[in-house]
Design a protein. Structure first.
Length: 73
């Protein structure tokens, strides 16, 4: 994986990744007493997405760009 995004794209992915992780943790804490599986699934999915975006920011690599999709940043 060679870098395919610039500094602004890396910053954007780091910010959105951090927000996804924070949102996932908040959903997890709010869903804790409830046993509904979909609430746990959404919170874990948001955390996983945030971790992946932080990975993209650190490596300077975007999966959408690697697939040929043009992104504005």
């Amino acid at each position: 994986m060679k870098p395919n995004i610039g500094k602004s794209g890396r910053i954007a992915r780091a910010i959105t990744g951090s927000l996804c992780i924070a949102g996932g943790i908040a959903m997890w804490l709010l869903a804790w007493p409830d046993t509904a599986a979909y609430r746990w699934l959404f919170s874990l999915l948001a955390i996983a997405l945030g971790v992946f975006q932080l990975f993209e920011a650190k490596r300077g690599w975007c999966v959408a760009r690697a697939c040929g999709i043009k992104t504005p940043m």
